[in-house]
Design a protein around this ligand. Structure first.
Ligand SMILES: O=C(O)CCC(=O)C(=O)O
Ligand SMILES: [Fe+2]
Length: 364
């Protein structure tokens, strides 16, 4: 059973940003202008210590390099909550197919894309996310959000049939992403000193939602947000860039750090159930409850991140939110609890987890 907060279940219709962008405006409309864009940005190239960690899945797998790489993964999860991962095992063909289909979809005329538009009362489909009031500031972003796994959760009325191979590519890609989550969880658990297999098994039948973000070129990129600062509502997020233009930024020690795309790498971030009313337009209590953070009893962090946009180039990102199986209880790993480290979180079923912290969450 998937759970969605009431106020995330629908989005008010607002203009397509791609359609706005082709009008050749020299100023952005007032609803997109943000006076609060936090400008403390540190380019990752300026300071090696502020470069997002790089993890090599091959090194995690091979016995000779495993111990060292697991340690590296552990510090990445602890200090950053985000890393780039190479040699993740997904074929170039699957990545390329998915990129091409996604690009092809956003290249369709607006009227065609609208065939798969969001509908009232439903979060899936093509449109703009989380617009809940007429005076809310808008993000410079069009997107399509689809539940991809388990297969029974799919609603094909929202799955584009154009380009022709979109559905096929997404089907294969989502299975690939779940496999990556399963392998990676083994090593994340090992980093915490846990027996990896069980945590990895927890993701085998898990849910995957896919969101493709399209950030069109913007006449005043420094005055808008592509995606507001937020944390992801899931276990782990796997992000694939479609090109080489940076946009994603991660908050680290008070600085926004640019994540420079590495061709073929995935960006992995630990997801949380978050709630910074400062950032979000919807009201959720002011605490952070993080699936990974709970599992690690507070050892790991979930990063706030945001997306910035570019004056001349469109950017596309393909984001997969992976969750553990819905039958798995969410709570600190028992192995991490002892008299020196009491549990920081209660153990709850998935349903209790959503309901107790987020009274507005309802099942659908
Ligand atoms: O496009 C990006 O770089 C970030 C997108 C994101 O954070 C999300 O969709 O949750
Ligand atoms: Fe995100």
């Amino acid at each position: 059973m998937a759970l969605v907060p009431e106020n995330l279940k629908w989005s008010l219709p607002v203009p397509s940003v791609q359609e706005l962008a082709i009008q050749g405006l020299d100023k952005v409309p007032p609803r997109y202008v943000r006076e609060d864009v936090d400008k403390i940005v540190v380019a990752s190239t300026s300071d090696p210590a502020l470069r997002v960690p790089l993890i090599d899945m091959n090194k995690l797998v091979y016995p000779d390099s495993q111990e060292k790489e697991v340690q590296k993964l552990h510090s990445a999860c602890k200090e950053w909550g985000v890393f780039q991962m190479i040699h993740h095992g997904v074929s170039d063909e699957s990545l390329t197919n998915m990129r091409e289909q996604v690009q092809g979809f956003f290249d369709l005329p607006f009227q065609e894309k609208k065939s798969w538009a969001q509908k009232p009362g439903n979060i899936e489909g093509y449109g703009q996310a989380f617009v809940t009031s007429e005076d809310q500031k808008l993000e410079w972003n069009d997107m399509i959000f689809l539940r991809a796994l388990p297969v029974e959760s799919r609603d094909l009325t929202f799955w584009p049939e154009k380009p022709r191979d979109f559905r096929k590519a997404l089907n294969a890609y989502s299975e690939d992403m779940r496999r990556v989550a399963v392998s990676l969880m083994r090593f994340i658990a090992m980093g915490l000193g846990l027996e990896g297999q069980q945590y990895s098994d927890n993701y085998k039948e898990g849910m995957c939602d896919v969101r493709v973000n399209c950030y069109p070129p913007c006449p005043e990129p420094e005055r808008v947000m592509g995606a507001n600062p937020h944390g992801d509502i899931c276990g782990i997020t796997l992000l694939l860039e479609c090109g080489d233009m940076p946009g994603l930024q991660v908050l680290k020690d008070g600085h926004w750090v640019v994540v420079e795309p590495i061709y073929g790498a995935m960006v992995v971030n630990l997801g949380y159930i978050s709630c910074r009313s400062k950032y979000l337009n919807y009201q959720i209590p002011n605490e952070i409850y993080l699936i990974m953070q709970i599992m690690s009893n507070g050892i790991y962090k979930a990063p706030d991140h945001r997306a910035m946009v570019n004056k001349f180039k469109q950017r596309l990102s393909i984001v997969t939110f992976c969750y553990p199986n819905s039958s798995v209880d969410i709570g600190p790993a028992v192995e991490l609890i002892n008299s020196e480290h009491p549990p920081l979180y209660k153990t709850l079923t998935e349903a209790e987890y959503f309901h107790s912290y987020f009274p507005t969450f309802v099942s659908h």
